[in-house]
Write a protein that binds this ligand. Structure first.
Ligand code: ZN
Length: 143
């Protein structure tokens, strides 16, 4: 039977699991942040009604929605969390990469709340910057 080789980790470096535990301790686990079974159910229904990532759609791609993203981060605010007008269907990439960048820009006051929509002009620009094959809009040939 093949045996998984031991993971080499420089002394003092935390394992991924340990890092996750510490991360959760800092911001609270998903459950502590309000992601209850009720949320799981609501998100499941929402994804059924909105099966495609809005950010991918904006660049002409159909990618399944995996996450219900809060357009304006709710930070524990129950009204923002449960307001469907504040939800958008997203793939992992758009939620984890594009939206995180937008939220940093939003926190710094560089973009407006409207720009947090994954189909905003800024989000589309970020998506094109991050995905090389999207840098040229359809119909434009690569040089
Ligand atoms: Zn996407």
């Amino acid at each position: 039977m093949p045996v998984k080789p031991p993971t080499f980790r420089p002394q003092g470096q935390r394992s991924r699991r340990q890092a996750n535990v510490e991360y959760d301790a800092k911001r609270g686990s998903a459950r502590q942040r309000g992601y209850s079974p009720r949320w799981d159910k609501a998100a499941y229904v929402y994804k059924g009604l909105h099966p495609f990532c809005v950010g991918c759609k904006a660049v002409g791609r159909l990618v399944a929605s995996e996450v219900v993203d809060h357009i304006i981060p709710h930070k524990g605010d129950q009204k923002l969390m449960w307001d469907e007008q504040n939800w958008q269907p997203a793939c992992r990439f758009h939620h984890d990469v594009v939206k995180q960048k937008l939220e940093v820009m939003f926190a710094q006051g560089d973009v407006s709340a409207a720009d947090l929509h994954l189909n905003s002009a800024i989000a589309v620009e970020l998506t094109r910057d991050l995905v090389p094959e999207l840098r040229h809009p359809p119909g434009v040939q690569n040089p």
